[in-house]
Design a protein around this ligand. Sequence first.
Ligand code: IGP
Length: 315
Amino acid sequence: MSDILKKILEVKQAEVARAVAKKPYAAVRAEAEAMPKTRDFVGAIRGKIALGKPAVISEIKKASPSRGVIRENFDPAAIARSYEAHGAACLSVLTDVQFFQGSKSHLIEARAACNIPVLRKDFMIDPYQICRARTIGADAILLIVAAFTLSPTLPRQGGGGKTSSPPVGEARSAHGLAPDHPGKTPSPLAGEGWGEGAAEFDVARMQELEALAHELGMAVLVESHDAAELDAALQLKTPLIGINNRNLRTFETRLETTLDLLPRISNERIAITESGILKPADVQLMRGQGVNAFLVGEAFMRAEDPGVELARLFG
Ligand SMILES: O=P(O)(O)OC[C@@H](O)[C@@H](O)c1c[nH]c2ccccc12
């Protein structure tokens, strides 16, 4: 796992602990269950694609660890209105405070200013955060597979150690290939500073968080960056399969990441290419390969009017 991701997750754990001390889980869960109905995030994406249009999840993000401050003049409500007016399918709003200068209020303001569904973009590792997402109005949440990496040094069996559930190998069998590592999801990070033994992902935990999100009426976007992460992602039920072109360890961004992993994703799912889409040629490259859903932030955030840039990029 990247040092930055590791650092972010430590902060998230501390945030959850502080929040639980202020308000217990049962209370936030009850609040979540009492919220009005969500907007249909998956339906909004399918709707665009059914019309032969690209489905664009447009991001509202002030800053990032790799880029620093991206947008000075930052008005989430105005940005949300502009995105909606120019055909965005959905919004994605960064709510992480420390690393992305985001805020829950950004999501609340953005959602109140439009009628399209909104993803809470944050680092979700705990049921508490899922409930909290629902209480601020999120229609969807993000699960980043890399955040569920089990340390190779953790005990795998017994002694209270976590074990991952057996992979179903859905996409591979859909392509006529048998899963080659039954019972484990090996990571290519092994041998790249991880020491001996393949890393695994806590798929059971991801499934638990997904089930809770679905129970609360929210959609789930699951994000992967390589084949092992994608295999873990495909063990979830959600149709929304994100492929992050940005490596969270090095911040290197390669659009080939999406093209390389695409054949593993069956047609019942929706492949969403994330990060590094900057120019019309990038969009054409993806659409030419059958990718119809996009998550774009920086290109829009740097433009004077983000929605106008959306129309230009995807026009
Ligand atoms: O700004 P870009 O390169 O268009 O990327 C948007 C989005 O993919 C990126 O912000 C992102 C993808 N996965 C994440 C996980 C956490 C925070 C941010 C992200």
